[in-house]
Design a protein around this ligand. Structure first.
Ligand code: SF4
Ligand code: SF4
Length: 86
């Protein structure tokens, strides 16, 4: 006699459809009056967000900013005062 082995299969997990979440757009805010143009933040940023433009640091690739805060920590002038997220 051939037996039939039945195994209960686990129910598939219930998935909840979610709307895709807009990612925040963090970016450094640079006080141009305080910036000495030393370039430390440009070198320190791991994402290549910052560049010197006319000897003032500017966020040129804002979309790549992860709001890690490194530029703010490294700036000797305290010119990067805020990481703003939209
Ligand atoms: S580290 Fe500070 S002072 Fe130096 S370029 Fe960047 S923002 Fe300007
Ligand atoms: S917060 Fe981080 S990723 Fe964003 S500009 Fe500063 S160093 Fe670069």
């Amino acid at each position: 006699m051939v037996g039939i082995i039945r195994r209960d299969t686990p129910s598939p997990p219930a998935y909840v459809a979610r709307e895709p979440k807009e990612s925040p757009m963090p970016r450094p805010i640079i006080n141009e009056d305080e910036c000495s143009g030393c370039g430390i933040c440009v070198d320190a940023c791991p994402e290549g967000v910052l560049e010197l433009v006319d000897d003032v640091a500017q966020p040129v690739n804002e979309d790549d900013c992860t709001a890690c805060g490194t530029c703010m920590e490294e700036c000797p002038m305290g010119a990067i005062t805020e990481i703003e997220e939209d």
